[in-house]
Design a protein. Structure first.
Length: 134
């Protein structure tokens, strides 16, 4: 199976640790400097018909800086990875660091996981009995 299609529901902490580590390694491969790499506060995605989607989405905010060629390499590296990753938002700005101009990139990246058994998603979306009773 691929890295994004799974037979069981992974632990959220494990997925996020792997996801953030992967983004960090992509940034280091391209020679950029990281200012921020952490879990995103963006709300979860919903399907257009109001039902829960048939996949899991994990989001991370990434902020880095360097030359434009290295930023382009990072974007390409994220888009072509074997993981199911997608850049949801990106903001690019030039900044002057002394005599050197460099580009600053702020982006939200999503990792998608598709469980083969969709009933696993339903069990994740159903609140625990004690939480529902409150």
């Amino acid at each position: 199976l691929s890295t994004y299609f799974t037979n069981d529901l992974p632990k959220e902490e494990d997925v996020m640790a792997d996801f953030l580590g992967k983004l960090d390694s992509f940034v280091k491969e391209t020679g950029l400097s990281v200012q921020k790499n952490n879990r995103s506060a963006d709300p979860a995605e919903e399907a257009k018909d109001g039902k829960a989607p048939d996949y899991l989405v994990y989001k991370a905010d990434l902020e880095c800086s360097g030359n434009i060629e290295d930023i382009a390499k990072l974007i390409y590296r994220i888009d072509t990875s074997k993981e199911f990753l997608k850049i949801l938002k990106i903001n690019l700005a030039m900044k002057k660091n002394g005599e050197v101009e460099e580009m600053r990139a702020v982006m939200t990246v999503a990792k998608y996981i598709v469980p083969s058994d969709k009933t696993l998603l339903a069990s994740k979306a159903t609140p625990a009995p004690e939480a529902a009773a409150r």
